[in-house]
Ligand binder design. Sequence first.
Ligand SMILES: [Zn+2]
Length: 89
Amino acid sequence: MLKLLVKGDLIGEIGFFSDRKTDYKAVSLNVASLAVLKKEDFLSVIRQFPTDYEQYSLMKDNINLYENIKGLDHKCMGCGSYTHYLSGC
Ligand SMILES: [Zn+2]
């Protein structure tokens, strides 16, 4: 499947939050600016905020246990649904 991403789109967020290995690949057609957040940096910050860390842990469990991605504001790249990701489309 091929999807054209636009400014502000995210890739890899499900893998980031779930610790699952994803197989998304991206190729830029032009010069692109990217932001990268290392997981260890994210964890070192979010652990300082117990409520946010609890929310993160809940999101992670929902993805890994129930394949529920609600809360990530992620649309399936195949159909646009917010209830599953591409591999479950
Ligand atoms: Zn879908």
